[in-house]
Ligand binder design. Structure first.
Ligand SMILES: [Zn+2]
Length: 74
């Protein structure tokens, strides 16, 4: 893996959607490349927080949608 493909794959990494094979070369690259390691670490923190927020917000949004859709059903 090169620096570019590592940076492009950060989304797969944080979503746990990376294939085992890719994950191995991904981690290998990070071990050898401090600039990518730093980039991925920063991105991973941000993306993980976004993902947590989305997960937490989903039930609330669904509840609101159900509540707001009720009065229209006549
Ligand atoms: Zn790199």
């Amino acid at each position: 893996m090169n620096c570019r493909s590592v940076k492009e794959a950060v989304f797969l990494f944080t979503d746990d959607e990376m294939e085992e094979e890719v994950l191995v070369s991904f981690r290998e690259h990070l071990a050898l490349c401090p600039s990518c390691e730093k980039y991925i670490r920063q991105k991973a923190v941000v993306l993980t927080q976004i993902r947590r927020c989305r997960r937490a917000a989903a039930p609330e949004r669904l509840r609101l949608r159900i509540l707001t859709s009720l009065p229209h059903r006549r």
